[in-house]
Design a protein around this ligand. Structure first.
Ligand code: FAD
Length: 467
């Protein structure tokens, strides 16, 4: 065993939380995206003090350090691309404290997001960010990725709920950013910088979150469209009518068919698109707004509009959307999930471009997503053993990103950059924009130990390589 590894055993008093065996290390070689990289060691800290020990050691020996939550990342964020240590933070899940009078929660990074939501509900409070992975992903991972979800439209994303952080810097110092007040304008906003920094600026060891009062009621509607483009027009019309839905989700025909095959629920497999709309607020207000949404969809060509009249009906409507990911994963062995995002008014154009890309590269490309905030999820369903198909997928992905940027959008609405989108960063931010970010990284992490190989393009690499 080499010296730095011996030192890890000396610093962490329970060797059962250190993994060096090959089989264990392979368990940390992947996430929910693409690529396989085996770390040299895995450590599961249980306290900030232990994180400090490991970070200082890594900084001294210049060992790459890869923070990791539950590995549900869709952009390669926690992958140990340069070996080194994976810091598995899932054991740091001790603290889930609620302060209802302040509308604040203080949590450890390894706490699962759904547990925070459930705990808040017990006090009549609401934690709105709701990634579909909330039952598995950690709040630390959500903060590092600035995760979103269907409610981004009305309630924003994780960043909008993080009031303060405790962070171990790459040099092993413990800093606190922000605090527990809604207003805080003291100095640079390091909290906002750290949220979405994908583990490249430090290890998040505690998070203070803003909660809001739980909306008193909610209603859901499903509209079925024979033409995808009509569903896009309905999205724009609902948003410009003055109604702000809590969520507005879209599924294309391929998704509807996959869900119906996976778990038959009587969904309309011949329709080109389904739109799901959730309104929340005062019961009388949303009853009235729902009538308007119903009429907009009908006027713009929906062949069927169904408003859920019971909790059971509501669950059934949303089940279709919840099952999309597992259902489409059965179409082909490799699922590449993208999250190109465009301004809301350009959603119909983006759909058009995606359909062209599907035809041009003859690929199984399905689309669903958070239509209300322009955050679409084009998913490519391929087989990684098929060289030619993977080559076409690489080119299609490049075109998807180019289309999003050309339409005034962004590479990522919620999945982050990681390894998967790093080659495209300069196309969105320009050389100088990326350079400014690199300077920030250099100032925080002079030895480049924190999650190296992520976000920033490797010299000469201009496109994603999947083969
Ligand atoms: C089926 C499915 C559905 C999904 N739905 C959504 C969705 O609706 N919205 C959405 O935004 N995302 C979604 N995701 C993506 C993913 O769940 C999120 O990015 C999530 O936040 C990752 O959390 P994690 O705990 O799994 O983190 P990981 O995947 O382990 O890590 C993610 C990143 O965070 C860093 N990191 C983790 N913990 C820390 C820490 N304590 N300190 C510093 N850095 C840290 C890692 O280095 C890595 O860069 C989905 C994923 C799947 C598989």
């Amino acid at each position: 065993m080499i010296k730095w590894q011996e030192e890890v055993f000396r610093l962490i008093d329970d060797s059962r939380r250190i993994f060096t065996a090959e089989a264990d290390r392979h368990s940390y070689a992947y996430d929910a995206s693409f690529g396989y990289f085996v770390p040299e060691m895995v450590v599961q800290p249980i306290s900030t003090a232990e994180v400090v020990h490991i970070v200082k050691l890594a900084n001294l020996y210049k060992i790459p350090l890869y923070p990791r939550g539950q590995g549900s990342c869709l952009s390669g964020g926690p992958l140990p691309v340069r070996g080194g240590i994976v810091l598995d933070l899932t054991r740091m899940d001790q603290k889930l404290e609620l302060y209802p009078e302040d509308l604040v929660a203080v949590v450890s990074p390894g706490v699962k997001t759904a547990d925070i939501k459930n705990e808040a509900l017990k006090h009549g409070l609401f934690y709105p960010p709701d990634p579909s992975s909330a039952h598995v992903s950690t709040i630390g991972g959500n903060v590092a990725e600035n995760s979103g979800g269907p409610r981004g439209l009305k309630y924003g994303v994780t960043r909008d709920y993080v009031l303060g952080l405790e962070v171990v810097t790459p040099e092993g110092k413990v800093i606190r950013t922000g605090g527990r007040t809604i207003k805080n304008v003291t100095g640079y906003d390091l909290t906002k910088l750290l949220v979405g920094s994908e583990g490249t600026l430090g290890v998040i060891t505690e998070i203070s979150l803003r909660l809001i009062p739980k909306p008193p009621a909610s209603m859901s509607l499903m509209a079925v469209f024979d033409r995808l483009v009509d569903s896009g027009k309905s999205i724009s019309a609902i948003l410009s009518s003055g109604i702000l839905p809590a969520a507005m989700e879209i599924m294309d025909q391929a998704c509807i068919q996959a869900v119906e095959q996976y778990k038959p629920g009587g969904y309309p497999v011949d329709a080109e698109a389904i739109l799901l709309v959730e309104l929340d607020g005062h019961p009388r207000a949303i009853e009235d707004e729902m009538k308007q949404v119903e009429k907009i969809c009908q006027d713009l060509g929906a062949r069927e509009v169904k408003v859920a009249r019971s909790e059971r009906e509501k669950q059934r409507l949303w089940q279709a959307r919840k099952l999309v990911s597992p259902a489409i994963a059965r179409i082909k062995p490799t699922k590449i999930s993208e999250d190109a995002t465009v301004p809301r008014s350009r959603i119909p154009d983006m759909f058009q471009r995606l359909m062209e890309i599907r035809r041009k590269y003859n690929l199984q490309l399905v689309v669903f997503g958070h239509a209300g905030d322009g955050n679409l999820h084009p998913n490519l369903l391929v087989d990684k053993r098929d060289e030619d198909e993977m080559r076409r997928a690489e080119e299609a992905i490049t075109e998807i990103f180019e289309a999003a940027i050309e339409l005034g959008g962004t590479l990522s609405g919620e999945h982050g950059i990681g390894t998967m989108k790093a080659p495209y960063m300069e196309r969105e931010l320009g050389v100088d924009g990326v350079e400014m970010m690199k300077r920030i990284k250099q100032a925080w992490d002079p030895n480049n130990i924190m999650n190296p190989g992520k976000i920033f393009p490797e010299p000469g690499v201009t496109k994603l390589v999947l083969r």
